[in-house]
Design a protein around this ligand. Structure first.
Ligand SMILES: Cc1cc2nc3c(=O)[nH]c(=O)nc-3n(C[C@H](O)[C@H](O)[C@H](O)COP(=O)(O)OP(=O)(O)OC[C@H]3O[C@@H](n4cnc5c(N)ncnc54)[C@H](O)[C@@H]3O)c2cc1C
Length: 419
C-alpha cells in the first residue's frame, strides 16, 4: 500500500450530520481537516430524513432533549448542554436555512427541503477550508507507535494526528451506514454493545395490506408486556403498511418493547381516544336510529376513515349489509369495543435495515462525554449514531448527531497545533 509520510491534522470518517459538523468545528478551531465519505455525495441519510423534509432538531430545552433519550442520557448531558437545540437552530439560520417549528416542537427548514440542510453543511465545510474526499471508503483506522493514525482508503494510506469516526449506525445501509465504525472501534480495542433496531415498524398477524398507506391521526396506542404491565401509552399518528403497522406512534412504541420478543407484547389502538366508551355507545345508538333504514356500513360512514369501517365491522362480528335499525345492543357494544380496542397483534419487528435508528454501538463507558475521545486510545473520537446513544423521533436523533459532532470536532481541533 502506498504511504505518504506527511501527517495530516484531523481525519473525519463519514459525512453525515455528525461527521460534517465535527469537521466544521475542528476546522474552526484551526485544524487541518480531511473528511472521507464513501458515497459520491454527502449526507444521504440526512437527505431522506423527516420524509425528505429533515426534522433538524426539537425546539426545547436541553433537559427536555435528554428526557427523550432512550439510551445514553447521562453520557449526552455535556454535549447536549453545550450544543442545545437553540444552538443548532442558530447554526442553520446563520448558514442560510430559515427554520420553522411545527407540532411537537419539531423544527424543519421553511423550504421543507432536507437538501437545504445538507447543502448548508457542505457550504460551511467549504468556507472553513475542510478537504472533502467523496467516493472514499475508509477500510481501516490504526494507531501507530508514534501516536498517529493510519487511515486506509481506496488502496492509499494517510497519516493523521486525530481521527473522528462518524460512520452512523447500521439501519438503512443503502445510505452508507453499514457498521464500519463499529469494526474500527473493535479493531482498536474499544467495546461495542449489541446492535439492535430502535424505532422500527412492526409486522402483525392481521393482514393490513388492503389498508396500506392509510394514516390514522390522533389515535392512542397502548402496549402491554407479558404479565400485564403497560409499557407504552401515547396518542399520535400511525400508518398501516403491507406488513403491519408503522408511523411515529408505532416507531416510538417499538423502542419500549425491548425486554421480550415482539410477539409477546399486546397492542391495542383506541381509534377514538377523546370519546369515552359510553359516549361512543350513545353516539352510535343515535346514528343507528337515525339511519335505521340504511345498511349498517352506510349508516356509520363518517365515524371512521371509509377503508377502516369494513374491518371494524368485521372485528365486531357484525354484517355491514344488515339494516342499521336491526343492530342489537350486543353488536353495538362489540362495535364500540372494536373502535376503542382495535386489535393489532405484533408478530415481529421489521429488520434492523428498516429501523430509523440503531440501538447499541460504541460503548459510552469507553468515551469521555465532554470530548467524545476514547479513554483507551487518545486521539480517536466517535460522534453520532455510531455511539450507543439514541432517542425517540421528533428531531432528537439529529440533535444527538449535531451535539456529539460539535463536541468531538471542537475537542479534536483544539488538541492539535493550528495549521
Ligand atoms: C428514514 C429515516 C428518517 C429519519 N428522520 C429523522 C429526522 O427527521 N430527525 C431526526 O432527528 N432523525 C432522523 N433520522 C435519524 C437520523 O437521520 C440519524 O440518526 C442520523 O443521520 C445519524 O447521523 P450520523 O452522522 O451519525 O450517521 P449517518 O447519517 O448515517 O452518516 C454516516 C456517514 O458515514 C458514511 N460512512 C460509513 N462508513 C464509511 C466508511 N467506511 N468510509 C467513509 N464513509 C463512511 C456514510 O456513507 C454516511 O454518509 C432518520 C433516519 C432514517 C433512516
Amino acid at each position: 500500500m502506498e504511504q505518504t509520510e506527511k501527517i495530516g491534522g484531523v481525519a473525519v470518517v463519514g459525512a453525515g450530520p455528525a461527521g460534517m459538523l465535527a469537521a466544521i468545528r475542528a476546522a474552526e478551531a484551526g485544524a487541518d481537516v480531511t473528511v472521507f465519505e464513501r458515497n459520491p455525495k454527502v449526507g444521504r441519510k440526512l437527505a431522506i430524513s423527516g420524509k425528505g423534509r429533515c426534522n433538524v432538531t426539537n425546539d426545547c430545552a436541553p433537559a427536555e432533549v435528554l428526557s427523550h433519550v432512550l439510551r445514553g442520557e447521562k453520557f449526552l448531558y455535556s454535549s447536549v448542554f453545550r450544543f442545545p437545540p437553540s444552538a443548532v437552530k442558530e447554526f442553520f439560520e446563520d448558514a442560510g436555512v430559515p427554520l420553522k417549528t411545527e407540532r411537537g416542537n419539531r423544527v424543519f427548514p421553511v423550504s421543507d427541503r432536507a437538501y437545504d440542510v445538507v447543502d448548508a453543511l457542505l457550504r460551511r465545510m467549504r468556507e472553513t477550508g475542510v478537504t472533502l474526499r467523496t467516493s472514499a471508503r475508509v477500510d481501516s483506522v490504526s494507531r501507530r507507535d508514534d501516536n498517529t493514525f493510519a487511515v486506509a482508503a481506496g488502496g492509499e494510506e494517510k497519516l493523521f494526528r486525530a481521527v473522528i469516526v462518524a460512520t452512523g449506525g447500521v439501519s438503512y445501509p443503502l445510505t452508507g451506514s453499514t457498521g464500519d465504525g463499529h469494526r474500527f472501534a473493535r479493531e482498536n480495542g474499544i467495546g461495542v454493545t449489541p446492535l439492535l433496531p430502535s424505532l422500527v415498524p412492526v409486522e402483525t398477524a392481521e393482514d393490513f395490506s388492503p389498508l396500506a398507506g392509510l394514516t390514522l391521526k390522533n389515535v392512542r396506542l397502548d402496549v402491554t408486556a407479558p404479565g400485564g404491565k403497560t409499557v407504552f401509552s401515547q396518542t399520535g399518528e400511525m400508518l398501516f403498511a403491507h406488513f403491519g403497522v408503522t408511523g411515529p406512534l408505532v416507531l416510538s412504541a417499538s423502542a419500549n418493547m425491548r425486554d421480550h420478543p415482539a410477539g409477546e407484547y399486546k397492542m391495542a389502538v383506541d381509534l377514538k381516544p377523546a370519546v369515552r366508551f359510553e359516549e361512543l355507545d350513545a353516539r352510535l345508538t343515535k346514528i343507528l336510529r337515525d339511519g335505521a333504514a340504511k345498511d349498517l356500513l352506510n349508516a356509520v360512514r363518517g365515524i371512521l376513515p371509509a377503508a377502516l369501517l369494513p374491518y371494524v365491522i368485521g372485528i365486531a362480528g357484525a354484517d355491514g349489509r344488515a339494516k342499521a335499525g336491526n343492530v342489537s345492543a350486543a353488536v353495538r357494544g362489540a362495535l364500540c369495543r372494536a373502535i376503542k380496542e382495535f386489535p393489532v397483534t405484533p408478530v415481529r419487528f421489521r429488520p434492523i435495515d428498516e429501523a430509523i435508528v440503531t440501538a447499541g454501538g460504541v460503548s459510552t463507558k469507553e468515551l469521555d462525554p465532554k470530548t467524545l475521545e476514547s479513554r483507551a486510545v487518545p486521539g480517536l473520537y466517535f460522534a453520532g449514531e455510531v455511539i450507543d446513544a439514541d432517542a425517540y423521533t421528533g428531531g432528537f436523533n439529529l440533535q444527538i448527531a449535531f451535539a456529539t459532532g460539535s463536541a468531538a470536532g471542537k475537542a479534536a481541533g483544539a488538541a492539535l497545533p493550528t495549521k
